[in-house]
Design a protein. Structure first.
Length: 88
């Protein structure tokens, strides 16, 4: 979940995330991103196999020059299911 620092940048973030790819050897994918209404301005969904991959995604959002200017706050929600078969 993302709260914007600069209102109106939500579609810029969605567009930027379309082209964000994992580094070699990592297995994750951003599957969905969309502006929302309410307490949060944007939702980003991703799938990953381990917490190192999640760290790569979150770190990108915190360190990218554009995103760190546009994003005020984030909250990460992790859904789990035992023996979930991830096929990217």
């Amino acid at each position: 979940m993302v709260r914007l620092k600069i209102i109106g940048t939500q579609w810029k973030i969605v567009e930027k995330l379309k082209y964000f790819q994992p580094i070699e050897g990592h297995d994750w994918k951003i599957t969905y991103s969309s502006p929302t209404y309410g307490g949060w301005d944007l939702i980003i969904e991703c799938v990953f196999n381990n917490l190192d991959d999640l760290d790569e995604i979150v770190s990108f959002c915190r360190m990218d020059n554009d995103l760190k200017e546009w994003i005020d706050a984030t909250t990460t929600l992790i859904s789990t299911k035992k023996n979930f078969d991830l096929k990217l």
